[in-house]
Design a protein around this ligand. Structure first.
Ligand SMILES: Cc1cc2nc3c(=O)[nH]c(=O)nc-3n(C[C@H](O)[C@H](O)[C@H](O)COP(=O)(O)OP(=O)(O)OC[C@H]3O[C@@H](n4cnc5c(N)ncnc54)[C@H](O)[C@@H]3O)c2cc1C
Length: 537
């Protein structure tokens, strides 16, 4: 049977980094990815990412009825292709605040993950086209840059926020996260730079990397307390491949806990319910799921320079020719990072300005031109879960995000809408805004909270389902080793002890860097003792 030193499950934001770093150090790596190539033009075209939803490159999950959202089921897209969700996302480059990582370290026991510890791992990946300073890297594979097309309404939003008392911030990933400014994107020349572009393609140049696409991992094979291989499905058949050193699960915050549970590593009671023999009773697998609730406000506008005409073929032709124009805009242009409560150690809101409508995942298409301010609540306390529907790996997991299950979270959104009212009341933005259509005229102080619960979705930032912690409160130790099993790590957004207060792609790539460094340290230390190999599926 073929065997590799390392098997990486999932070629997403973190998995691509791990494959790159381990192979660069000379190790043999097998990458198993359930999706296929990332060759759809919608992957490369920043403004068209929502066109990937529910297509062949999307896992296309839906939540169970959400108690905090009047029992609505919420659509949960995830990238199923090379690059994973980094090939589908809105490309915002936002690391989170210093307090996020210091909190991981001081409140969650994640030794080695303070801001000062992780900063070098952020900069190692980064090739920033604008900022050259101690907060940024300029030699990594991940291209980070300003957008090529910017609506004048973004400047108006910034000026109005400044008039409302918000300070300008030229760099949300620099010394301070708070303030108002423009986003940077993971892009180059007007086209997406995914984790596959940044890390996997260079890794595939090395002979020691093997990639199999359309390979869905069903479970990890464990022998005598150690991961010795994986079972995966490819072209309708089951295959087993053995590993000499480690299996690394990088399948994302929904699928990594699914694979752990299918392998018998999870809450014993739940595994018994679905008929899976328990290998390790690990009660926190699939627990503590977090995402950012996103509450979206819209206005009509009679002004031009919006993204309302994205379907115009001339815009697409322009972008195809030289990567310029509106298609190179990834919708979200500017933001206010703001504390709704002064006692907080960092901003709890990211107010995202879009020069167009972004409504119901981009599906609802109003006939008029519009502008959007979307409120991402960046410090949620609600936690949800991922469970198995059955022992069948092809069944989608049962996901409950539990968004806004705590009243204090809705109160915070109400405070944020108060700031939006101040920003939109005066300054240049007010001149561009027509009628506010969402919330519309029927919504007032007495029913605003109901409107919030009826409209809120999430920011596509699932995380924390195999979090760093002790065996009592987590799934992996601070070096990302799964408690109770040798030779098995989780390296993806699942390991965050608490969701970062910002978009999650950059921190997940950092987790890939940090995880790879731990793995390489261990590989250097370990005597090359041959492991038991797999004997049966
Ligand atoms: C629509 C959308 C918009 C977003 N916008 C932004 C943004 O603007 N900025 C930002 O920072 N973040 C954004 N995010 C979030 C960010 O992209 C994710 O947090 C990040 O990509 C997660 O990385 P990951 O490595 O944990 O998982 P993923 O990147 O999702 O990778 C997991 C990989 O594992 C594969 N896989 C899963 N199960 C199996 C299996 N059984 N066998 C084999 N392979 C498997 C998947 O197909 C996938 O390729 C967005 C996400 C989405 C979906």
């Amino acid at each position: 049977m073929e065997s590799f030193e390392f098997i990486v499950v999932g070629a997403g934001s973190a998995g691509c980094v791990v494959a790159d770093r381990l192979s660069a150090a000379g190790h043999t790596v097998l990458v198993l990815e359930a999706g296929g190539a990332d060759d759809d033009v919608f992957v490369k075209a920043p403004a068209l990412f929502a066109g990937l939803f529910q297509g062949p490159h999307d896992w296309n999950y839906n939540s169970e009825p959400e108690p905090g959202l009047f029992g609505r089921r919420v659509f949960l897209p995830r990238g199923k292709m090379l690059g994973g969700s980094s090939s589908m996302n809105a490309m915002i480059y936002m690391r989170g605040s210093r307090a996020d990582f210091d909190g991981w370290s001081s409140e969650y026991g994640a030794t080695g993950w303070s801001y000062d510890d992780v900063l070098p791992h952020f900069t190692a990946s980064e090739n920033n086209a604008e900022f050259v300073d101690s907060f940024h890297g300029n030699e990594g594979g991940l291209n980070v840059t300003a957008r090529r097309w910017l609506s004048p309404h973004a400047d108006a939003f910034i000026e109005s926020a400044v008039e409302a008392g918000i300070e300008r911030n030229p760099d949300f990933n620099g010394a301070e996260q708070e303030g108002v400014g423009l986003f940077q994107l993971t892009a180059k020349d007007g086209r997406r730079c995914s984790a596959a572009d940044a890390f996997l393609r260079p890794a595939l140049e090395r002979p020691q990397v093997t990639l199999i696409t359309h390979a869905t991992v069903h479970r990890v094979v464990v022998d005598d307390g150690a991961a010795v291989g994986v079972v995966y499905e490819h072209e309708g058949a089951l295959h087993t491949v053995s590993v000499e050193r480690e299996v690394i699960l990088s399948a994302g915050a929904y699928n990594t806990p699914q694979i752990l549970m299918l392998s018998g590593i999870g809450p014993a009671e739940h595994l018994a319910e679905v008929g899976i023999p328990v290998l390790i009773d690990s009660p926190n697998v699939g627990q503590h799921l977090q995402d950012h609730p996103l509450t979206i406000l819209h206005w009509d506008t009679d002004q031009g320079d919006t993204l309302s005409d994205l379907a115009d073929p001339a815009l697409f032709e322009q972008w195809m020719a030289d990567g310029s124009g509106k298609i190179s805009s990834a919708a979200a242009e500017a933001a206010v990072l703001w504390k709704s409560d002064e006692s907080l150690d960092s901003a709890d809101f990211q107010m995202v300005f879009v020069p167009g409508y972004f409504w119901e995942h981009g599906w609802r298409r109003p006939t008029t031109s519009g502008l959007t301010i979307a409120l991402s609540y960046n410090r949620p306390t609600s936690r949800g879960s991922v469970r198995l529907r059955s022992a069948d790996p092809s069944d989608a997991p049962r996901i409950v995000s539990n968004l806004l299950s705590e009243e204090r979270e809705v109160d915070a959104v109400v405070r944020a809408i108060g700031l939006v009212d101040r920003i939109t009341a005066g300054g240049p933005l007010a001149k561009a805004l027509g009628e506010r259509v969402n919330p519309g005229r029927g919504v007032g102080a007495d029913n605003l909270k109901d409107w919030i619960r009826a409209e809120t979705q999430h920011m596509y930032h699932a995380s924390c389902t195999a979090r760093i912690g002790t065996p009592d409160d987590g799934v992996v130790d601070p070096e990302l080793r799964v408690h109770g099993i040798r030779g098995l790590r989780v390296v993806d957004a699942s390991v965050m002890p608490r969701i970062t207060s910002g978009n999650t792609n950059a921190p997940t790539i950092m987790i890939g860097e940090r995880g790879a460094a731990f793995i390489l340290d261990a590989a250097d230390e370990a005597a090359a003792v041959p492991r038991v190999s797999v004997s049966a599926v």
